[in-house]
Design a protein around this ligand. Sequence first.
Ligand code: NI
Length: 192
Amino acid sequence: MALREIITLGDERLRKRSEKIEKITPELQALIDDMVETMHESAGVGLAAVQIGELLNLIIVELPEDEEEPHSGERYIVINPEITKASAEVEAGIEGCLSIPGYVGEVERASSILVRGMDRRGKRFRLRAEGYLARVFQHEIDHTQGTLYIDRLTAPERIWPVTEGEEEEVEARQQIPADATPSLAGEQVHEN
Ligand code: NI
């Protein structure tokens, strides 16, 4: 396993569509292990392969253990993930992204989704996700399409600077930082 560098806003690979994975190979297993290690090191709740510069359709989602959060502590490794159903009902919530350090923004996501894909052995599966878990899946699957959360802000000014490294914590609390200066931050982030 190896720690990998996370690419950030401005790197054009973040805007590309990831390629479908056709074969389960030892290289793919190594990539998955690197992603897990890199995500844990960054205290992230999800990571897409493109974020470490690999344009392959692969995501990891893992919410930190929390008694009140269903499915927290479970690690989902999904090859070629696809949302097959999304609820009409949406929820606004706060998101951060390891590829956009120093900011969080407000995004509406479907409250509940059905995802299908393959596990790391190539076995097909489906899962239903709700609430925060559904949000993280939608965010990561967006990455595989070259979409970032800043494309989906509820309004251009609904983005706030946070101390770098605290994005995930703010996201987990779902609280807008009190000392935020919205419009300036919005312009900076949209520079890519
Ligand atoms: Ni992200």
